[in-house]
Ligand binder design. Structure first.
Ligand code: SAJ
Length: 415
C-alpha cells in the first residue's frame, strides 16, 4: 500500500506529535482538529501543547509543506484517530462520542483501499464499533468482518504508549502493538508504523490491542496503589516507607514502585475504569487500586490538618502542583487537588510553589488565601511544608531551611 497522504484526526498530546513525526519522514500529513485556535497555531509552525522537541519538529514540517492543519477531514490513504475518550455519567462509563463523531465525519471522504486506525485509548470493542459506524455511513464500501475475507477498507487499533515528556523519542523507540480487525488489516497497518517506529511492531487483533493498553496502565495503577497503601501502613507504624521499599527492592524478584500524594494524569487514573466499568464484579483488584490511589490525597490532607492543629492561621507551603515530577502538566493532578482542598479552609494561608509554571492555575486564582510563591520565600515563612511532587528543585532543599518546621513529605525527597 502507498502512504502518500495521512489524515490525523485529533491534534492533542498524541495526535500532533505522531503527525509531526510522520511528516518528518516525508509523508504528507493533514492534521484535523475541531479547535480552530490549535489549527491556526500549527499552521504558523507553532504548538499549543508542551512537549520537548515537538516545537522544532512542527516548525520544520510545516515550513517544508509536509504538515498542514485544518478543521475537517480530507481524502487520504490513511486516517488515524487520536481523539479523547473521557467518562460519561457517574459510573466511569467510557464516552465514545468523540470517536463516533470523528468516524462519521471521516466517512464522507473515505475511499476504497483506505486504512483507518484508532489510536485513542478505548474500551474493548471500540474498534469494532468504529467499523460499524463507518459501515452505516458508507453502505457502498465493504468493511472487515471475517478472517480471510478481503474488504475495501482496512481497520486496526494501534494504541499509543508514550510517556508525556518523552513522546518524540518513545514514539520512535517503543514497541508498537498493531491490532488489525483481520490479519490483512494488521499487515497494512504494520507497514505504516514501520515508516517511523524503530521498536518491534507486534501483530495481534483489535480487541487484544485495546485490552493490552488498558492492562498496561491498570498494572501500573495497581503497583502504585501497593506503594501508596504501604506508605499509609508505615505512617501508622512509624517506619520510613522509602527506606522500607529500597530494602525490599534488594530482593531479586521484588520491584515496588514509589508512593506519592496520589495518581494523576489523563491515563493511569482513567484507563483502569474502562475495565472496571465493563466487569465490576470481576475486576476487584483494579477497582480497589483506583480507590486507594484516589483516596491518597485525603490521607495527605488529614496529615496536614493534624500538623497544624495548634497553629493559629497557619502558613502552609505546598511544594508542587503538577501531576508528576519535572513537567508543567496539571491535568488530573492530585497535588493541585490537595492544594485546592487545603485552600477551601479560609483560615489556612497557602504558598503554592510550582517551578514549572509561570502563574497560578485558574482553580487557585482569585483565592484570597493562596499566593504563588518561589521555593525560598515559601520556606522562609511557612509553618508547615507539604512536599507534593518530586521536582528536581525540591531534591536539593537544604536541611537547615526546614529543620524547625513540620514537614509532610509525600515524595521521599526530604532526608
Ligand atoms: N506515580 C507514582 N509512583 C510511581 C510512578 C508514578 O505515584 O512510582 C504517579 C505519578 O506521580 C503520576 C501518575 O503516577 O501522578 C502517572 O504517571 P506515570 O509517569 O506513571 O504515567 P503517565 O500517566 O505519564 O503515562 C502513562 C504511561 N503508562 C505506563 O507507564 C504503563 C505511558 O507509557 C502511557 O502511554 C500513558 O500513561 C498513556 O497515554 O496512557
Amino acid at each position: 500500500m502507498e502512504f502518500n497522504r495521512v489524515c490525523m484526526i485529533g491534534l492533542g498530546y498524541i495526535g500532533l506529535p505522531t503527525a509531526a513525526v510522520l511528516a518528518s519522514r516525508k509523508v504528507h500529513v493533514i492534521g484535523v482538529d475541531i479547535n480552530q485556535k490549535a489549527v491556526d497555531t500549527i499552521n504558523r509552525g507553532e504548538i499549543h501543547i508542551v512537549e520537548p522537541e515537538l516545537d522544532i519538529l512542527v516548525q520544520a514540517t510545516v515550513k517544508e509543506g509536509y504538515l498542514r492543519a485544518t478543521t475537517a477531514p480530507e481524502k487520504a490513504d490513511v486516517f488515524i484517530m487520536a481523539v479523547p475518550t473521557p467518562f460519561k455519567g457517574d459510573n466511569h462509563e467510557p464516552n465514545l462520542d468523540y470517536i463516533e463523531s470523528a468516524t462519521r465525519s471521516l466517512a464522507t471522504v473515505l475511499e476504497k483501499g483506505n486504512l483507518v486506525i484508532l489510536e485513542s485509548t478505548s474500551p474493548v470493542g471500540a474498534t469494532e464499533k468504529m467499523a460499524k459506524w463507518l459501515a452505516e455511513e458508507r453502505p457502498d464500501l465493504t468493511f472487515p468482518q471475517q478472517v480471510g475475507e478481503e474488504s475495501d477498507i482496512r481497520i486496526a487499533h494501534c494504541p499509543e504508549r508514550v510517556l508525556p515528556g518523552h513522546v518524540i523519542r518513545e514514539l520512535v523507540e517503543n514497541d508498537r502493538i498493531i491490532g488489525g480487525m483481520t490479519p490483512q488489516c494488521t499487515e497494512v497497518a504494520t507497514e505504516l508504523y514501520k515508516i517511523f517506529v524503530k521498536g518491534d511492531c507486534i501483530a495481534t487483533n483489535s480487541r487484544t490491542a485495546e485490552m493490552s493498553k488498558l492492562t498496561e496502565n491498570a498494572s501500573r495503577d495497581v503497583s502504585i496503589a501497593f506503594a501508596n497503601e504501604l506508605s499509609i501502613l508505615c505512617d501508622k507504624m512509624g517506619i520510613d516507607v522509602w527506606e522500607l521499599i529500597s530494602l525490599a527492592n534488594r530482593h531479586p524478584r521484588v520491584n515496588i514502585l514509589q508512593p506519592a500524594c496520589g495518581v494523576g494524569g489523563h491515563c493511569i487514573a482513567v484507563d483502569p475504569w474502562f475495565i472496571v466499568n465493563a466487569f465490576p464484579n470481576e475486576a476487584q483488584l483494579m477497582k480497589t487500586a483506583r480507590e486507594i490511589n484516589d483516596g491518597k490525597p485525603l490521607f495527605v490532607i488529614s496529615k496536614v490538618k493534624e500538623a497544624i492543629k495548634a497553629i493559629k492561621n497557619p502558613k502552609i507551603a505546598c511544594l508542587g502542583l503538577a501531576f508528576k515530577p519535572d513537567i508543567d502538566d496539571l491535568r488530573e493532578s492530585p497535588a493541585l487537588e490537595i492544594t485546592k482542598m487545603l485552600s477551601d479552609n479560609t483560615n489556612f494561608n497557602i504558598l503554592a510553589v510550582e517551578p514549572n509554571i509561570k502563574e497560578l492555575p485558574e482553580v487557585l486564582k482569585n483565592r484570597k488565601n493562596v499566593e504563588f510563591s518561589t521555593l525560598d520565600d515559601a520556606l522562609d515563612v511557612a509553618d508547615v511544608v507539604v512536599v507534593l511532587v518530586k521536582h528536581k528543585e525540591f531534591i536539593s532543599i537544604e536541611t537547615d531551611k526546614i529543620s524547625k518546621k513540620t514537614v509532610i513529605d509525600t515524595t521521599g525527597v526530604v532526608k
